[in-house]
Design a protein around this ligand. Structure first.
Ligand SMILES: NC(=O)c1ccc[n+]([C@@H]2O[C@H](COP(=O)([O-])OP(=O)(O)OC[C@H]3O[C@@H](n4cnc5c(N)ncnc54)[C@H](OP(=O)(O)O)[C@@H]3O)[C@@H](O)[C@H]2O)c1
Length: 313
């Protein structure tokens, strides 16, 4: 699979990251394993999990995804070939929202155990936590890097100005800095003023920020939960409006010009953006995985990229 630089980390990662949020919980072991196999057979090596996936599923506690991955990777003996990302800090009944040094240190140990590994390649602050001083959070992450337990750090659900603050704190204190940002991002965008609570969308500010700094945007929710497969149905929710009409029209046009499905066009648009956006691929079936992976073969012209990006502006 094609690779892309991960911010200023100096490493390259797979152009598609595999989102494993539902593995071992909403998705049983059989389908979770199949998704892993298909992704890895396509050459992918970049896995995304969290210390809280998926506590909201009935009878689950939040360690299911990490535990599934740990077992799968051990059985396949391929830890060294993979780049594993996990996260800390999101509000859960068991842990509570926190990026304190104590939470980061203790949750890292638990994640290492669940993942059955001695290091995490990329460790995210899962959401911003303004009650904890950035210096405390970054000092804890930096200590984990010095201990060899973490290689790189990233942020998620964090606004651009807070990323810049964090970057300054790292520079002033000689601490590791966030190399990437994971935010909600798809082709359709929410109407202005929509309160997404903690799950922040990559807004114009953030897109401008990542273009100006050496920091990679990773898109969660890229397929907008299959929305682009049902564009003839009325669009509900926070994206519906004049902007979405124009964007759906552009997507349909580019889809018919290229022969790619609308979902594939969305993934190709992300990968060919400047700077490229890495989508977090999540699929419930083999057919979806095949369709989405094939987006790697879709090439959009410069004119099509501009038309898609500018639609609805
Ligand atoms: N940092 C954060 O706060 C955060 C938040 C959420 C997620 N994430 C990460 O991002 C990953 C992806 O997030 P997400 O699951 O919300 O992404 P998504 O792309 O919005 O949704 C994935 C779902 O969309 C449907 N889908 C995908 N491809 C399709 C296709 N070609 N045709 C039809 N339907 C398709 C499937 O749902 P159906 O079951 O309906 O078919 C699939 O399970 C997660 O696994 C997790 O790793 C991070």
């Amino acid at each position: 699979m094609k690779t892309l630089p991960l911010g200023n980390s100096g490493v390259e990662v797979s152009a598609f990251c595999l989102g494993t949020m539902r593995f071992g919980s909403a998705h049983d072991e059989t389908i979770s394993s199949r998704m892993m196999e298909m992704y890895i057979e396509a050459g992918g090596t970049f896995l995304d999990t969290s210390n809280n996936y998926a506590f909201w599923v009935k009878d689950c506690t939040g360690s299911e995804s990490e535990t599934f991955l740990g077992k799968w990777i051990k059985e396949h003996g391929n830890r060294d070939e993979l780049f594993v990302a996990t996260k800390v800090g999101f509000n859960t009944p068991a842990i509570g929202k926190s990026l304190s040094a104590a939470t980061i240190m203790s949750e890292c140990e638990k994640s290492l155990q669940h993942l059955q590994t001695d290091h995490i390649d990329l460790y995210y602050a899962h959401c911003d936590h303004r009650e904890t001083p950035l210096e405390e959070t970054l000092t804890a992450f930096d200590a984990l890097i010095k201990q060899g337990k973490v290689r790189f750090i990233g942020a998620s659900n964090t606004r651009a100005w807070r990323l810049e603050e964090a970057r300054n704190v790292s520079a002033q204190n000689d601490l590791a800095e966030y190399c990437c940002i994971q935010q909600r991002h798809s082709y359709l965008r929410s109407n202005a003023g929509v309160d997404a609570s903690v799950q922040l969308e990559a807004n114009a500010d953030l897109l401008d920020y990542v273009a100006a700094r050496d920091i990679t945007l990773l898109a969660y929710g890229p397929s907008a939960h299959g929305t682009y497969t049902k564009m003839d149905q009325p669009l509900g929710g926070s994206s519906a409006g004049p902007d979405s009409d124009a964007r759906i029209a552009a997507l349909k046009d580019v889809s018919s010009e290229t022969g790619a499905t609308p979902t594939q066009v969305v993934f190709a648009w992300m990968l060919q953006s400047t700077p490229p956006v890495i989508p977090l691929l999540a699929c419930s079936t083999e057919a979806q995985m095949q369709e989405n992976l094939a987006a790697l073969q879709v090439t959009l012209s410069a004119e099509q990229m501009t038309r898609l990006t500018d639609a609805g502006v």
